[in-house]
Design a protein around this ligand. Sequence first.
Ligand code: PMT
Length: 409
Amino acid sequence: MALQDCNIVLGVSGGIAAYKSADLCRQLKKNGAKVRVVMTQGACAFIQPLTFQALSGEPVSTALLDEDAEAGMGHIELAKWADLILIAPASANCIARIANGFADDLLTTLVLATEAQIAIAPAMNQVMWANPITQKNLQNLIESYEQRLQIVGPASGEQACGDVGFGRMMEPSDIVAAISQESTPRECKYRVVITAGPTREAIDPVRYISNHSSGKMGYALAEAFHAVGADVCLISGPVNLSCSSGIERIDVTSAEQMYEQAMRQARTGLDVFIGSAAVADYRPIDVSEQKMKKTDFGDNIQVELTQNPDIIANVSAMREISQSLIVGFAAETNDVIQYAKSKLKRKSLDVVIANDVSNQEIGFNSDNNEVTLVTVDGEELLPLTSKASLAQELVTRLSEKLNQKRKSK
Ligand code: PMT
């Protein structure tokens, strides 16, 4: 979105980061936007409306019912005037209320009444951010507003309360960059193919070999890329998850089926390939056509296995997509970084996202994850947070890495 002459309603909700919104208001104006500020009651406890009035050069609205507005309906006027409603900071409470369609103050009513783009810059304590309720609320917003919604941040780091983690509001300059035309993630035109979930390798019609992958990490990535406008194809093993209707989802069961679909997608071209699926390395050589009976075997039974094709290694070897970013995951229980580095090299990947699955709080089937990004240039820890929040962070990091790769070629 070009900021020059753009009508922006800057919604400020109650949080300590409200003080940063004064600078955000100033920067939006400096970039040519017209800014009208709407503050919640909570925001007024942190910062005075007068500050925003001085910086925006416009009256600041704090109440739903406005006697000065034409027909007493300031919210409808503002909702129609806005090209963008930018809520920064968006507190957990504010997100919960807009996600549930509340209209009991000016800001929530505006969101409900507008047809404009909506951007939110969350800011809250890291535990509140990681709470599944907050993440469900965000998911609800993503599904409700689809392409009209942009989630900017949060960033990770030290918080006002002393905690460290995801939840800090992005810096005003980063918010401006994210919503402006040059770098808005909504302009992301990438084609992203993601594998997710487990595979099942049949032994007979009723039994199979599989693993504990729930698909949550891969689905979170698919939603996060979809939310920024990418064209997303999700090749999913059997999971109990649903995804937004704009995501192309291809359901598979076995590693061989996942391989066929991944190769087909890669042949049609892609910008980013992410292997978050926990693919079974082996499958039974002989699959019994009928249910195997205990009476046919003694105390022991041997099932001979053969190796499955390595999906990501084969995708990465395709010359047609040498400009693409190939991202693997490594689920390890020990020597995590060492194994991740060896996978990076052996499978010719650009990035390996390593998770320590010996920790039951993260990795398989959990709502949270903590990962280390491993590249040839080094390692970077992304601290414990929800998979949804991590996925948003990964969208930014991987987009940067794709740009770097393309520039260096
Ligand atoms: O699904 P969740 O419950 O949310 O859990 C997420 C997760 C732990 C499954 C995910 O974060 C993760 O780590 N996925 C990769 C798990 C894994 O099995 O890694 P691996 O070390 O076996 O494989 C390394 C990479 O090669 C992965 O990108 C994998 O998708 C890919 N691979 C592996 C084998 C194979 N035959 N083909 C592949 O493409």
